[in-house]
Design a protein around this ligand. Structure first.
Ligand SMILES: [Zn+2]
Length: 247
C-alpha cells in the first residue's frame, strides 16, 4: 500500500507537530455533576435512584457520604431507603479511596457523593481529577448554602468546577407557597443569623461540646423563600410547627 501524494502532504500525520484528527476529537472524560437544593428536597433519594439506574446497567459505583444523618456510613433517604456507603473524613483523599478499590480488584465507573457541601475544596478538586484523568463519573448531592445563606466551601468549589449544575426539582415550599431556597436556623421562633456552621446532614445539628444538649435540642431548621429568609418571617403558627424539629 502506498500513500497518495495528498496523504504525504497531509500535515496531520504521526510525525507532524499538529495533532492528528483522532487526537483532536474531544477526549472521553468523566462527568462531574452537582445536584443541589434546600434540605428536605429529596437529594438523598435522588442519589440512591442514580446509583440504582447505573448499577442496573452493569456499571460499578461507589457510594460516599460526608456526615450521614444516621451516624453510620450510609446514604439514608427520608422515604426509608438506605444503602451502605463509605464515610469520607475531613482529610480523606478521594483519589486514594478509588485506588484502594482498584487494589482490591474492583472497577469504579462512578461515584455518588451525598452531603457533598461538607467536602473540602481540595476534595472537590480530587473529584474533578478523577473525572478528567480516569474517566469516573461523579454525582454529587448537597445543599448549596448554609443557615446564613452563604455558600458552603465544598458547594462553592462544586459550582466553580462541575460540568453540570442541577437544581433538584422536588418542590420544597416556604410557608407562603413560594419556592423554598434557604435553610433558616430557628430557635424559639427566631431566625438565627449568627453561630457556627455545624449543620450535619439535612437537619441534624452536631452537639458542640461547649453547648448544652438542651440548647441544641431547641434548634430546628425551616426552609424559607428569599423574602421571608431576609425578613426572618416564619409565618403564622411559627413555633408550633413540628417540621424538622430535633428529637
Ligand atoms: Zn415565603
Amino acid at each position: 500500500m502506498t500513500l497518495s501524494s495528498d496523504q504525504e502532504l497531509d500535515p496531520t500525520t504521526a510525525l507532524s507537530p499538529v495533532p492528528g484528527v483522532d487526537a483532536r476529537r474531544p477526549p472521553v472524560r468523566g462527568l462531574l455533576r452537582f445536584c443541589y437544593g434546600p434540605m428536605d428536597c429529596g437529594k438523598s433519594t435522588l442519589a440512591l435512584q442514580i446509583d440504582h439506574n447505573h448499577a442496573r446497567q452493569g456499571r460499578r459505583g461507589l457510594l460516599l457520604v460526608r456526615h450521614d444523618r444516621s451516624g453510620t456510613p450510609q446514604i439514608t433517604s427520608r422515604i426509608g431507603i438506605t444503602r451502605r456507603a463509605l464515610e469520607v473524613g475531613a482529610g480523606t483523599d478521594l483519589r486514594q479511596v478509588v485506588r484502594q478499590q482498584w487494589v482490591a480488584g474492583r472497577h469504579v465507573d462512578y461515584l455518588v457523593v451525598d452531603e457533598a457541601q461538607f467536602l473540602s475544596p481540595a476534595q472537590v478538586e480530587q473529584l474533578a481529577e478523577l473525572a478528567d484523568e480516569v474517566r469516573i463519573d461523579v454525582y454529587c448531592f448537597g445543599i448549596a448554602t448554609d443557615f446564613q445563606s452563604h455558600l458552603f466551601p465544598g458547594a462553592r468549589r462544586l459550582f466553580e468546577l462541575a460540568d453540570e449544575l442541577q437544581p433538584v426539582q422536588v418542590d420544597v415550599l416556604c410557608w407562603c407557597g413560594a419556592p423554598g431556597r434557604f435553610n433558616a436556623r430557628v430557635r424559639d421562633g427566631e431566625v438565627l443569623r449568627e453561630g457556627d456552621t455545624v449543620v450535619v446532614a439535612d437537619t441534624v445539628e452536631t452537639p458542640v461540646s461547649s453547648r448544652a444538649q438542651s440548647e441544641v435540642a431547641t434548634l430546628r431548621y425551616q426552609v424559607l423563600c428569599r423574602r421571608h429568609f431576609r425578613l426572618g418571617d416564619l409565618g403564622p403558627g411559627a413555633g408550633q410547627r413540628g417540621q424538622l424539629r430535633l428529637t
